[in-house]
Design a protein around this ligand. Structure first.
Ligand code: KG4
Length: 341
């Protein structure tokens, strides 16, 4: 049998996206973002995002099929993110995908968005080894995962106990007056700053809590420490060295992520680290992971930015893995799960 053609649909947050893959080949990839509509509120407004999905669903799916020179009858299966994410947003994507699958009589897979971030790396790097570690970092997630079989067996090794890395950056960025999402602004300013200018704590790397949670993360204290430092200087009427603040924050977060990921690779005897999620666009993290990977003999696979941020290709690729592994489609009454583990 030739490789399955899968349409993937994504609507967990502020991106309405659809893509078509055949095996490990990406045939189309369309993303419509409502990010600009949220910028003036300083964060994603679920109601606005849901309305945008309802508006964009049909045009985005239509374009993804057209760009792949196909119509829905050419597709072997449809996959849609069923969680985790914003409930209203997920409901639009899942309802739309159900209607499409039902109307065209196609099997439908409700997939886990976070595992999609792992699966998508196959489009750039090819199949990954049976046993690998994955670091997924975004605005909503920071997770270390042990991937034995992407279709059937992915275990959580560690996760954030409070803020995700992207969330921590976005909150500090807001304090510094940058628009939402502030992560990319911190990245740019950090490139001109001194990473050792401020003593920023390395979240959950020392003491009893760190021993109890060797692969978990905590970025809330990091954010608070930077916020206090900035507020104290503001109260004293002193100027804020923005580049240095950004560089010190970025260095702390990137070091913790890279250090814990490498430690997990060693313990799980994995020679490959898959990296994904919007925050993996961060240049300090990319540099740190590359440096640590070379030092520890780990092949670090960070895909190009379009595949790191939310997209339909990640959903389609995981759908393709499920079809190829002979996993049964979801039952017609499957629901959304905004807190999907
Ligand atoms: O995976 P993603 O596109 O979607 C959500 O989880 O919502 O990740 C978005 C997150 C935001 O927090 C954003 O500030 C962060 O990724 N981000 C970055 C960079 N690009 C995006 N953070 C730091 N440096 C970047 N270059």
């Amino acid at each position: 049998m030739s490789e399955p053609i899968v349409l993937g649909i994504e609507s967990t947050c502020d991106e309405t996206a659809a893509a078509v893959v055949q095996g490990g080949t990406l045939l189309s990839n369309v993303v419509a973002s409502s990010m600009d509509e949220h910028a003036r509120y300083g964060g994603v407004i679920p109601e606005i995002a849901s309305r945008a999905h309802a508006q964009q669903f049909a045009p985005v799916v239509t374009k993804a099929l057209a760009d792949a020179n196909m119509d829905i009858s050419d597709v072997d299966a449809i996959a849609v993110s069923a969680g985790p994410g914003l409930a209203g947003c997920l409901a639009v994507g899942v309802s739309g995908a159900k209607a499409l699958a039902w109307g065209a009589n196609k099997p439908l897979y409700g997939i886990n968005h976070v595992i999609g971030h792992i699966a998508v790396t196959q489009l750039q790097f090819g199949p990954f080894p049976d046993d690998t570690l994955a670091l997924i970092v975004s605005g909503g997630h920071t997770s270390l995962l042990h991937v034995q079989d992407v279709a059937r067996n992915v275990q959580v090794v560690g996760t954030t106990l409070d803020d995700a890395a992207g969330e921590c950056f976005d909150k500090v960025a807001r304090l510094l007056g940058f628009p939402y999402p502030g992560g990319p602004y911190i990245d740019r300013h950090a490139q001109q700053g001194d990473p050792h200018a401020l003593r920023v704590p390395m979240g959950l790397t020392q003491g009893r809590a760190a021993k109890a949670h060797p692969y978990d993360f905590s970025f809330s204290g990091v954010k608070t420490a930077v916020a206090r430092w900035v507020e104290q200087r503001q109260a004293q009427g002193l100027p804020i060295p923005v580049d240095d603040v950004c560089a010190s924050l970025a260095d702390s977060v990137a070091t913790v992520l890279a250090r814990k990921a490498m430690q997990a690779c060693k313990v799980f005897d994995s020679k490959t680290l898959i990296v994904g999620g919007g925050f993996s666009a961060n240049s300090q993290l990319r540099a740190k992971l590359t440096e640590y990977g070379q030092k520890h003999g780990v092949d670090v696979r960070i895909p190009r930015i379009q595949l790191c941020t939310d997209n339909g290709a990640m959903v389609a690729m995981l759908g393709s893995n499920l079809v190829s592994a002979g996993v049964k489609p979801s039952s017609p009454d499957f629901g959304i799960d905004s807190a999907m583990p």
